[in-house]
Design a protein. Structure first.
Length: 132
């Protein structure tokens, strides 16, 4: 009886290790697909574009807030700190991993690969151009 239990435990351990290795390989394959999709759709450029738009919007705040001449220097120093903070916190480098995790959690590998296939077609490329 003891040998049977040991044998069963060993088989379960091997099966668990095999399944774990397979899940890890599947996870890596899915992550690679997500990275391909992000590259194909140029998500990093969207982030950069969003940052540039925020910067433009912030430039107009001085007039909107009615900043007086004697306040301009203080206001500009403050706004520079805000711009630096936004640039640091919303950079693609900082956002890349959370974006990948969202794709990993929300989509199957098949859905990701199907999207990738679409964005590589003429229609997909056209959609990307028109949505920018």
């Amino acid at each position: 009886m003891f040998k049977l239990n040991t044998l069963v435990k060993a088989q379960l351990l091997v099966a668990t290790l095999f399944l774990s290795a397979q899940a890890s390989a599947d996870e890596q394959s899915k992550r690679e697909a997500v990275n391909e999709l992000i590259k194909e759709t140029n998500v990093s450029a969207l982030v950069d574009s969003g940052l540039a738009q925020m910067n433009q919007m912030m430039k107009g705040t001085e007039k909107q807030l009615g900043i007086r001449e004697d306040e301009k220097e203080i206001f500009e120093r403050h706004m520079q700190k805000v711009r630096n903070l936004i640039k640091a916190e919303f950079s693609w480098k900082k956002m890349e991993e959370p974006v990948i995790e969202i794709y990993m959690k929300r989509f199957t590998e098949k859905e990701i690969r199907d999207s990738l296939a679409f964005y590589r077609t003429e229609s997909g490329k056209s959609m990307l151009k028109k949505c920018r």
